[in-house]
Ligand binder design. Sequence first.
Ligand SMILES: [Zn+2]
Length: 279
Amino acid sequence: MVATTPIVGDVVREIGGEAIDLVVLLQPGMDPHTFEPSPQDAARVARAAVIFAVGAGLEAFLDPLLRQAGGRARKVDLTEGIPLRPFEAGVEEVEEEEGHEAHGPMDPHVWLDPQNVITWTFTIERTLGELDPGHADRFRRNAEAYRAELKALDEWIQAQVASIPPERRLLVTEHQVFGYFAHRYGFTQAGVILPGVTTAAQPSAQEIARLEETIRTKGIRAIFVSSTVDPVLARRIAEDTGARLVRLYVDSLSEPGGEADSYLKMMRYNVQAIVEALR
Ligand SMILES: [Zn+2]
């Protein structure tokens, strides 16, 4: 079976353990928004029975790859069933409208709220059990144990975030990644460097000037940049405004053995860095 990103791969492996044969398409540090698969990736997909993906438009490469590769792979969008949040159009938090029709692209970064990863675990547990009923009990036990860790992570994040004064819970990032995290833990996405829904777009000089103004007037102390993106523009904005540049892992994990080489470690690393920068 195949997982698209290292984060998806880590969660699948927590549940499948030694009983599954898993290939992860993206290497640590690769940007899923702009990933271009190789012929070797097509061969891996063609051989797979199941492909676990985030879905919600994160892996733009995947549907063309599946068409090109052929094979009988079943694509499992882990984000299916999770209420998606729209990308926020401006710099201010968009008020939530209950029951309104969703317009425009939705935010795929659901995993930055551990509760959504708990939802993933049920889908993974069920899919693996259908594929290999002989190991279904083991998958269920693994999933239950991992869900307990995710619950503990969520509680730990709440305790950590409590040390940041509410008026300083403002996130400026290079692309819009923290919608679900902000919603869960009481932050506001105060600004974003790259416009649009992926990491591919570039801001205008006017957009940069407006963001710098927001950072200055709100006294924002840090700009958070993901490990998968070249921080050249963020560095310039940090220099212009005096904000600190802080690197986080949001779309990918670190190399194995690194500071964020699992989903749980990634979340702890990010939260520690955010708390240290903002409190
Ligand atoms: Zn992203």
